[in-house]
Design a protein around this ligand. Structure first.
Ligand code: ATR
Length: 299
């Protein structure tokens, strides 16, 4: 008998998790979550679903009927999915976007683990944002999460710099409905005019894709002039953006967005299973997957 063709890893007791996005094929989340399941010897499987925007309500209803325990939500559904949920966590509400759904008997509850992911990655790096001055570049989805994190972790001052000022202003107003943090908004070309900042967080797409050669901070002396301690870039492809390279050259510590990606997944698992993931597991996951990811990306 050929026993080696039997696949018993998915069986009658398997818990199904997944991600909904459109497109979803590029997502690294299935690999992260299925690796966590392997490491923890959990009988779970994490699969991609690709509902179109007009199919979203049926997708959530269908998932609920099937009692799918946990779902991640990605572009373009992070905002629209909220109207199909039973409840939304306060941090996710403060930015009006969720990326994680947890099944409850009354309906799905929405969370935003990008906020937790960036918090964990800075903590792990040894950077405590409490009472720090923060410059956030950009006002899109990633910026929403980073600004909510900085406000909820009691940063002393936040600057939001964006090309489109009205988007930065809207983000400030939303955050200030929930947190009374001191926030200034400015155009991204005016960052030379701000006070010193402890951390710079890039949430623009400058440095990524066809903007690979761009940087949101043109002044190479900026990091020294503003006494910056850490530059965090939400981008992780390329592994080191031009911004991070120039910050390193100026002698400043740098961190890319890969840790945030891993920690937002860890935070989702913790929410779904009501259980902390230990440091050994998260460190192993980060190290193993970063090697795998870099080996498979065409840098
Ligand atoms: P994400 O969800 O990854 O945050 P996004 O919502 O598309 O992506 O946001 C992209 C961010 O990069 C925005 O802040 C955008 O600025 P605008 O709000 O003015 O569009 C910023 N961005 C993209 N290309 C830029 C460029 N060439 N110069 C300056 N900012 C840019």
């Amino acid at each position: 008998m050929e026993n080696n063709i039997i696949n018993a890893s998915v069986n009658g007791k398997t818990t199904v998790l997944g991600i909904i996005g459109c497109p979803v094929t590029h997502s690294f989340s299935p690999i992260i979550h299925n690796t966590i399941a392997n490491m923890n010897k959990e009988n779970t499987v994490y699969v991609p679903f690709e509902p179109k925007p007009e199919e979203l309500s049926e997708a959530v209803e269908g998932a609920f009927a099937l009692k799918i325990k946990g779902l991640n939500v990605t572009v373009p559904h992070k905002v629209n999915v909220m109207k199909y949920l039973y409840d939304v966590d306060k941090k996710a509400l403060s930015i009006g976007a969720v990326n994680t759904l947890k099944y409850t008997e009354k309906g799905y509850v929405g969370y935003n683990t990008d906020i937790i992911g960036v918090k964990y990655s800075l903590e792990k790096y040894g950077f405590d944002i409490k009472n720090k001055k923060v410059l956030i570049l950009g006002a899109g989805g990633a910026s929403n999460a980073c600004t909510a994190m900085a406000a909820s972790e009691e940063a002393k001052k936040i600057y939001i710099a964006n090309r489109t000022l009205s988007k930065a202003q809207n983000l400030k107003e939303n955050i200030n409905k929930y947190y009374d943090t001191d926030i200034d908004v400015l155009n991204i070309s005016d960052t030379d005019n701000i006070d010193n900042v402890d951390i710079v967080i890039n949430c623009t797409t400058m440095g990524f894709g066809d903007k690979k050669d761009q940087t949101p901070i043109e002044n190479k002396n900026f990091f020294k002039e503003k006494n910056v301690q850490l530059v965090f870039d939400a981008i992780y492809t390329p592994w080191k953006t031009r911004l991070l390279k120039e910050a390193s050259q100026a002698g400043v510590n740098t961190l890319n967005g890969f840790d945030m990606l891993i920690y937002q997944a860890i935070a989702a698992q913790e929410i779904w299973f009501d259980k902390k993931i230990d440091t050994f597991t998260s460190d192993t996951l980060k190290n193993t997957l970063s090697q795998y990811y870099r080996g498979n990306s065409n840098e």
